[in-house]
Design a protein around this ligand. Structure first.
Ligand code: ZN
Length: 103
């Protein structure tokens, strides 16, 4: 029974398991009057609520967006507009999961 080097989380992008410290935690901020749902980086990993863990890489972020992993993992219901934090910033989605970004 080895392999116990501390807590492990699953990346919602590539689905690989990795040490907590290698992943970034994201949580949902309360929906404001504009009805926009914002996902924020939880750098301290101490914010309350459901968290989604993701490698700090564009590939994993794109994968997570394509398979709508943020919505599923964070249980974001309905048609709310989803805003993700920077991390490869310029990327924008058109709602169909098409990621448009400069190469
Ligand atoms: Zn990943």
């Amino acid at each position: 029974m080895a392999e116990g080097d501390g807590p492990v989380r699953t990346c919602i992008g590539c689905r690989a398991r990795d040490a907590r410290g290698a992943l970034v935690r994201f949580v949902v901020a309360p929906v404001g009057d504009d009805g926009v749902c914002r996902v924020v980086r939880d750098g301290s990993t101490k914010l309350p609520g459901r968290g989604a863990w993701l490698h700090d890489s564009e590939q994993c972020r794109d994968k997570a967006i394509r398979r709508r992993a943020f919505r599923r993992t964070l249980r974001i219901a309905g048609d709310v507009e989803l805003h993700l934090p920077e991390l490869g910033d310029a990327a924008g989605t058109d709602g169909d999961g098409h990621v448009t970004k400069p190469v």
